[in-house]
Design a binder for this molecule. Structure first.
Ligand code: PMP
Length: 450
């Protein structure tokens, strides 16, 4: 099976070249079967937050597999499942002791959407069925998650079969709506949400779902300060649930365990995956607040969603091992401390590159947006496939980053994402900065004149 998405997949698409064949990995490095070494600067799609080949995590998984791979949820609970609930509850903050474990980000989002609907049904507000999401956002590939995602190329083949959702404009400080001053952006974005809730009729709206820091669909776009708090107020005013999709930006990636915690904002539900199990086994979770749990538990006895592999025992054991290391080694604090230095080093290194329009992000989650012209922020023509070019130049140099395209309007706009492991050393971070710069300069040098 081959996966086609040249912009997403840096190694594919160059003169019909196939993908390298992965052999093994250790720390920041991945090796292919031909013996080539790659510096994994994006942790795949912001997944491998402890790097590759972590002995402690692998040993925990092996120990679990030697006992039993999985105790099916209708027959058993397990120590790893309950330990992971404890760890997530403690990291997420008061009120978040309820969760459904799943196998990835799309299932986590899908579960959060369903729990929101179940909550409204349990309260007798059955008319609240509609979701509001934002343009330039990505929530996953299952039909429900795709229906609230605005990623034209990934939606196109399925249009007509996707549940209707409302999309309000993206909130992006680098590309604000015309006439909106930077200090007004947060308020403007929250007002757009309120306008759409009123247009739909609040009694029909189930939830607002958003990425606190937009990942693949925007090229790492943090919301302006104050936005999430204003959104919280709007949601509360209208009985609309707030769902934070923290699949990419959560689990410590942005320098707080919940991305929204640094805004002082508590959502009703949030979805996590990638960094939760650090890619060692497939794992995600929809976590929901006690105030939601109390309503659905009283009406239905618990969440009416889940899968065969919900709470998969070995996957939970992987999650416990990862989260134990993250906590013991104070890695989230490390990300918070090192992130600004990493981003500043990238900005300084790329300051002379006219094609670098913006370097932005939070913690160890950084986006570099490319432009044809810095002053006007005009993107490159999409035919150029510039993000993919940077990705391929990186591969030639032994660097893995995550190229994304269509970030301006679904068609135009190029960026790369960097997401180093939380335990990357200062020297490794410096190596990422240097190689990224070389990859960008190489892509520019090889760009056809136009
Ligand atoms: N939400 C966000 C914010 C994501 O970045 C992704 C994956 N890129 C998903 C949901 C879907 O996760 P998965 O690919 O694990 O199904």
């Amino acid at each position: 099976m081959r996966h086609r998405d040249p912009a997403w997949n840096p190694a594919a698409g160059s003169a019909g070249a196939g993908l390298p064949r992965v052999a093994w990995g250790k720390g920041l490095y991945v090796y292919d079967t031909a013996g080539r070494r790659y510096l994994d600067a994006s942790g795949g799609p912001a997944v491998f937050c402890l790097g590759h080949g972590n002995d402690e995590v692998n040993a925990a998984i092996t120990r679990q597999l030697e006992r039993i791979a999985h105790g099916y949820r209708y027959s058993f609970t397990s120590d790893p499942l309950e330990e992971l609930e404890q760890l997530i509850g403690a990291a997420a903050g008061p009120g978040f002791e309820s969760m459904v474990f799943v196998s990835g980000g799309s299932e986590a989002v899908e579960s959060a959407l369903k729990i929101a609907l179940q909550y409204h049904t349990a309260r007798g507000a059955r008319a609240r069925r509609r979701f509001i999401a934002r343009r330039r956002s990505w929530h996953g590939n299952t039909l429900g998650a795709l229906a609230v995602s605005d990623f034209a190329a990934r939606r196109a083949p399925f249009e007509g079969a996707l549940t209707e959702a409302s999309f309000i404009p993206a909130v992006n400080a680098y590309r604000p709506p015309a006439g909106v001053a930077p200090e007004e952006l947060a308020r403007h974005g929250a007002a757009e949400l309120e306008r759409e809730i009123l247009a739909q009729g609040a009694e029909r709206v189930a939830a607002f779902i958003f990425e606190p820091v937009v990942g693949a669909a925007g090229g790492v776009v943090p919301a302006p300060a104050g936005y999430a708090a204003l959104v919280r107020e709007v949601c509360d005013r209208h009985g609309v649930l707030m769902i934070a999709d923290e699949v990419m930006c959560g689990s410590g990636r942005c320098g707080s365990w919940r991305a929204l915690a640094q805004e002082g904002v508590t959502p009703d539900l949030f979805a996590i995956a990638k960094g939760l199990g650090a890619g060692y086994l497939p794992l995600g979770a929809a976590v929901y607040h006690r105030r939601i749990a109390e309503v659905i538990d009283a009406a239905d006895g618990g969440p009416l969603t889940g899968h065969t592999f919900t709470g998969h025992t070995a996957a939970c054991a992987a999650g416990v091992a990862v989260q134990t290391i993250v906590r013991r080694e104070r890695l989230v604090e490390r990300v918070a401390a090192e992130g600004p230095r990493f981003m500043a080093a990238l900005s300084a290194e790329l300051a002379d590159v006219e094609a670098v329009g913006d370097v932005r992000g939070r913690g160890f989650f950084v986006g570099i947006e490319f432009v044809a012209e810095r002053a006007t922020r005009r993107p490159f023509a999409p035919e150029l496939g510039f993000a993919g070019r940077v990705g391929r130049a990186g591969v030639e140099l032994g660097l893995l980053c995550y190229p994304v395209s269509g970030i301006v309007d679904g068609v135009e706009g190029d960026a790369i994402l960097l997401a180093p492991p939380y335990n990357a050393t200062a020297q490794e971070l410096a190596e990422i900065v240097a190689l990224t710069s070389r990859a960008i300069r190489r892509a520019l040098a090889g760009r056809p004149a136009r």
